[in-house]
Design a protein around this ligand. Structure first.
Ligand code: ADP
Ligand code: MG
Length: 267
């Protein structure tokens, strides 16, 4: 078979093509080497948790996967499609159209919920559908209601963000992302801004998504979630993946001293 080139499209739901493939990715900010030779594969319907100390490069890696950041070397593919550029094709920028098509399939949930304060929960979800998906208002509102129902917030549809708890706001933000029907969702510390008693309800929504087969990459300090929900855990340390595998291997069998030290601070 001839080698695929990046301009060819592969079948979208081909299970043999990883959802995310990161190969030899390196990234520096000036003299600060932030990612070193990162390899990471996320298969369809897998949940991969990224753990590691502050400053180890977790957010930068997510941002590279989500085209918010350019990387210096290696390659990242989403469903087989090249994101960014490689050494072989230095600084190849995606066209706006390519970027839009790729972004459409990748959702991101941040620590800060970033809801529009002047819109109700329902409007926050529906507006994204109208603007990005070009849905008409009635269809968007109906779809948005179903998404709020999925995150357990049907009864808060008409509430403004200021009237919602942090946990509820984050669930609205998740509803807004899943409304777009992404193939992949990246979470960057989705519960880190929450009061401890509100963390569980957000993790439960994420657990439900995982059970429904959503492919997810989750940066988190919630080791219980990583242990119970993740298919694979990657421990990032000073820009390298220092341990990778099923949670029980990474948590119990890894001899990596920096990981042991890290886990002690979260147990
Ligand atoms: P983590 O999410 O694991 O805490 P980050 O990916 O945010 O780590 O940061 C990794 C390193 O990259 C840190 O040293 C941070 O200061 C640096 N860094 C991140 N973003 C930028 C940026 N936009 N400009 C310069 N340095 C950055
Ligand atoms: Mg971070």
């Amino acid at each position: 078979m001839p080698a695929m080139t990046e301009t060819e499209t592969k079948p979208r739901l081909d299970p043999a093509v990883p959802m995310v493939s990161v190969r030899g990715v390196g990234k520096s900010f000036g003299a600060n080497v932030v990612l070193r030779d990162i390899d990471l594969t996320v298969n369809k319907s897998e949940v991969v948790c990224l753990i590691g100390p502050s400053g180890s490069g977790k957010s930068t890696l997510l941002r590279c996967i989500n085209f918010l950041e350019v990387y210096d070397r290696g390659e990242i593919r989403i469903e087989g499609k090249l994101v960014g550029y490689t050494e072989a094709a230095p600084r190849r920028q995606l066209s706006n159209r390519e970027l839009r098509d790729l972004r459409r399939n990748v959702g991101m949930v941040f620590q800060q919920f970033n809801l529009w304060p002047h819109m109700t929960a329902l409007e926050n979800v529906a507006e994204a559908l109208i603007q990005v998906r070009g849905m008409d208002k009635a269809a968007a509102v109906a779809h948005a209601r179903r998404m709020l129902d999925r995150v357990g917030l049907a009864e808060k549809a008409d509430s403004y963000p200021a009237r919602l708890s942090g946990g509820q706001q984050q669930r609205v933000a998740i509803a807004r992302v899943i409304a777009m029907e992404p193939h992949l969702i990246l979470f960057d510390e989705p519960t880190s801004a929450l009061d401890p008693e509100l963390v569980g309800e957000v993790l439960q929504v994420m657990r439900d998504l995982a059970a429904d087969g959503m492919t997810m990459v989750v940066v988190t300090h919630e080791m219980g979630f990583a242990a119970n929900v993740a298919d694979k855990v990657a421990f990032l340390d000073r820009g390298r993946i220092a341990a990778f595998g099923p949670p029980r291997e990474v948590f119990h069998e890894s001899g990596e001293p920096r990981l042991k030290q890290f886990l002690q601070t979260y147990h």
